[in-house]
Design a protein around this ligand. Structure first.
Ligand SMILES: O=c1ccn([C@@H]2O[C@H](COP(=O)(O)O)[C@@H](O)[C@H]2O)c(=O)[nH]1
Length: 231
C-alpha cells in the first residue's frame, strides 16, 4: 500500500528542497511543492523531484475564473504532477471546468479542492462573512467538490470523519496541519497528530515544518513513520 505521507517542501531555493528530498525515500512518502518554491524556481523543481522518483502534489490552490483555472490545472497535469488543487470557494463552474479539462485530455492527475484553510479558526470565518461553523462549511464545500467531479478535498483531519460520512471512503481527504507530539503548531490552528488523523479518516497527511525544520529531519520523519505504522 502507498504511504499516506506527503512532505511539504516549503523552501525558496531548489537546492534546499532537493537537500531534504535526498533524505526522503519515494517509497515512504510523496512530496508537495507549494507557492514559494514554485514561484521561485518554476517547473524545473517538478522535473528534479520526478527524476528522483517522487510523486508530486503541486499545491498552488488555484482560485480564479473557470477558464483560467482549467488552463492552469491542465498546465500542471502536463508537467506530470500526481495531484493539483483549487479552492472550492471558486465555485461549482470553476471546479467543473477544471475536472472536465483533465478528463477531456485523459489526464490521470488527481484534482482536489481546499475547503477551509487549516490555519483558520472558527472566529476568523465570521470575519470573512461566513457564518457557518467550520464543520458545516467544510461539509458544504466537500459535497460541492464531489458533485463537481473532483477526487477529494483538502481539509483538517478534525473534519475528515465528517467528510467521510458525507462523501464516502473513496473521496480523498488530504489533511495538512499534522503535528506529531514533538512539534510546535506554528501558524496552524486545526492540528492533529499523524495517528489520530489516520484514525479519523484522513487518506493523506501533509506535513512540512515538523520534518523539514527539525534539527534532524531524518529522525523526525522516522518518528512520524513509526507513529503511523500499522494504521
Ligand atoms: O489548508 C491548508 C492547505 C494547505 N496547507 C499547506 O500544507 C503545508 C503545511 O505545512 P506545515 O509546515 O506542516 O504547517 C504548507 O505547505 C501549507 O501551504 C496548509 O497548511 N493548510
Amino acid at each position: 500500500m502507498q504511504s499516506p505521507l506527503i512532505i511539504a517542501l516549503d523552501y525558496a531555493k531548489l537546492d534546499d528542497a532537493l537537500a531534504i528530498a535526498d533524505l526522503l525515500d519515494p517509497a515512504t512518502c510523496r512530496v508537495k511543492v507549494g507557492k514559494e518554491l514554485f514561484t521561485a524556481e518554476g517547473p524545473l523543481v517538478l522535473r528534479a523531484l520526478r527524476n528522483r522518483g517522487f510523486e508530486v502534489f503541486l499545491d498552488l490552490k488555484f482560485h480564479d475564473i473557470p477558464n483560467t483555472v482549467a488552463k492552469a490545472v491542465l498546465a500542471a497535469a502536463d508537467q506530470g504532477v500526481w495531484m493539483v488543487n483549487v479552492h472550492a470557494s471558486g465555485g461549482r463552474r470553476m471546479m467543473e471546468a477544471a475536472a472536465d479539462i483533465l478528463e477531456k485530455h485523459s489526464m490521470k492527475t488527481l484534482l482536489t479542492a481546499v475547503t477551509v484553510l487549516t490555519s483558520l479558526a472558527g472566529s476568523e470565518l465570521a470575519e470573512v462573512g461566513i457564518t457557518s461553523t467550520i464543520d458545516e462549511q467544510v461539509e458544504r464545500l466537500a459535497q460541492l467538490a464531489q458533485a463537481s467531479g473532483l477526487d477529494g478535498v483538502v481539509c483538517s483531519a478534525r473534519e475528515a470523519r465528517r467528510v467521510r460520512q458525507c462523501c464516502g471512503d473513496d473521496f480523498l481527504k488530504v489533511t495538512p496541519g499534522i503535528r506529531p507530539w514533538f512539534a510546535a503548531a506554528n501558524d496552524q490552528q486545526r492540528i492533529t497528530t499523524p495517528a489520530q488523523a489516520l484514525d479519523d479518516g484522513s487518506t493523506h497527511l501533509v506535513i512540512g515544518r515538523p520534518v523539514t525544520q527539525a534539527d534532524d529531519p531524518s529522525k523526525a520523519l522516522a518518528e512520524v513513520l513509526r507513529e503511523i505504522e500499522g494504521h
